[in-house]
Design a protein around this ligand. Structure first.
Ligand SMILES: Nc1ncnc2c1ncn2[C@@H]1O[C@H](COP(=O)(O)OP(=O)(O)OP(=O)(O)O)[C@@H](O)[C@H]1O
Ligand SMILES: [Mg+2]
Length: 324
């Protein structure tokens, strides 16, 4: 689109269409408002009318002028919108997430939100929140899948919050092990770490470094066929319980491993644990490992997100940096 803002991220859908995220200019405010209102109108009407229907283009224009209006585009055409606003109390709110009904179920909203969360994290924001209408339980579940948890109520909405990650680029496997070793210095008995990332992302490699840092018996290898392996400490510290949840479909199956028995005295790391292991502890560290777009580049991006109060962001940021 002529004169449009540069794209923040691009992906290609299975059918070859180009999915991108970019900021919206103030001139595009009326179109953005229309997308949000059409998206919200497609939801079944329960209870009071959504506030979005009282929005006007001027409000959208003001948010766009502050750089806070974003669009997901398909082959260049905006099909989804979200607004990011900085509140007077310094907090950051995501709102008005809407994708046109005819473009749902293609990962547009997930891509949009993932890009926005990455952007906010890269700007050094520590947390975001949003309001989710209580009468739409599926909305709450969708946001929970994206790391948000309900933290109180406001009017007819849940207030949902999500801490944002500290990120670090890791050039090779040795650097990944070194990062694990530095992170181990922050761990104490009872800690839960949930590691995510595609096959071969580097979850086990990171765990090898954590094992070395904790001073546990090795070797730390992929626990794929064992599901859970206990590495005893040789230094009088906590054991490392290394779990692979790849084949586990539910919390019930994870529960069968009796991790809560070993949890208090150990450091428990669950590969592929997102969506099943959260129930083990509300205080936990999520580690997400991603590759860049260039397949010849072995650099991994590691995102460290502290949930609860146990892990301190500043300490994580210090551990993420290489030792001088
Ligand atoms: N920057 C990097 N960080 C981590 N590993 C890397 C990096 N570059 C290359 N590698 C290699 O990628 C592979 C990562 O494998 P690893 O078993 O750690 O992944 P995983 O996430 O545990 O996979 P799975 O989901 O199959 O358990 C290793 O062979 C490692 O040497
Ligand atoms: Mg592994």
């Amino acid at each position: 689109m002529h004169g449009a803002a540069p794209e923040l991220a691009v992906a290609t859908l299975a059918d070859g269409r180009r999915l991108a995220v970019r900021t919206l200019t103030p001139d595009e405010a009326p179109r953005a408002l229309e997308i949000v209102q059409r998206a919200f109108a497609a939801r079944p009407r329960i209870g009071a009318r959504a506030q979005a229907f009282s929005d006007d283009a001027d409000g959208f224009r003001r948010v766009a002028a502050s750089g806070g209006a974003f669009a997901a585009t398909l082959d260049g055409e905006p099909v989804g919108v979200t607004l990011v606003t900085h509140r007077d109390d310094g907090s950051v709110r995501i709102g008005r997430v809407g994708v046109l009904a005819e473009h749902r179920e293609q990962g547009v909203a997930t891509f949009l939100i993932t890009v926005i969360l990455d952007l906010l994290a890269s700007r050094g924001e520590a947390e975001v929140h949003l309001l989710a209408r209580r009468e739409y339980p599926h909305l709450r579940r969708w946001w929970e899948q994206h790391g948000f948890t309900v933290d109180g109520d406001e009017g007819d909405c849940h207030v949902m919050r999500r801490p944002l990650p500290v990120s670090v680029a890791v050039p090779d496997a040795d650097a990944m092990r070194a990062l694990g070793q530095r992170l181990a210095g922050l761990f104490a008995p009872g800690d839960l770490v949930i590691a995510t990332g595609d096959l071969g992302a580097g979850k086990t490699t990171l765990t090898q470094g954590i094992g070395a840092g904790l001073g546990v018996e090795g070797p730390v290898i992929s626990p794929t066929f064992v599901l859970a392996r206990v590495h005893r400490s040789v230094t009088g510290g906590p054991d490392l319980v290394h779990v692979d949840a790849y084949r586990l479909g539910s919390f019930a199956e994870l529960d069968d491993l009796d991790l809560d028995a070993s949890l208090p005295a150990s450091v428990t790391l669950v590969e592929w644990g997102a969506g099943v292991a959260e129930q083990l502890a509300s205080d936990r560290l999520h580690i997400d490992i991603r590759r860049g777009l260039d397949p010849t580049d072995e650099t991994r991006w590691v995102f460290l997100t502290p949930f609860g109060t146990r892990f301190d962001r500043a300490a994580l940021a210090a551990a993420a940096k290489e030792n001088p």
